[in-house]
Design a binder for this molecule. Structure first.
Ligand SMILES: [Zn+2]
Length: 100
């Protein structure tokens, strides 16, 4: 996909209205575009994002505690293996936030 400025756009994860989604971003001017398919996925995500509350048991792998992420959360946040997330502990809660 090409940008209006002439630069070739890169496939990137971009945040739009609080939704982290796949799109195309111009490395030169920062312009962001979406294909129709990406747009549809974004809308589906938006519906799921409103609120999810699930209960999970903490497991253990080696010496570390692990938490499995349910499919519903994976899909709502468009999470992928290997990506970085930020863990924030605040008021006895743990927030796991995908990084853009
Ligand atoms: Zn551009």
């Amino acid at each position: 996909m090409k940008c209006e400025c002439g630069e070739v756009m890169e496939k990137k994860r971009v945040e739009v209205a609080g939704i982290l989604s796949e799109g195309y971003k111009c490395p030169k001017c920062g312009e962001v575009e979406f294909t129709e398919k990406q747009m549809r996925k974004m809308l589906a995500q938006k519906e799921k994002l409103l609120k999810i509350a699930v209960t999970r048991k903490i497991g253990q792998v080696g010496g570390s505690l692990v938490l499995r992420i349910p499919r519903s959360v994976e899909e709502a946040l468009n999470l992928e293996k290997g990506e970085d997330v930020k863990i924030i502990v605040e008021n006895k809660k743990m927030i796991v936030q995908p990084e853009a």
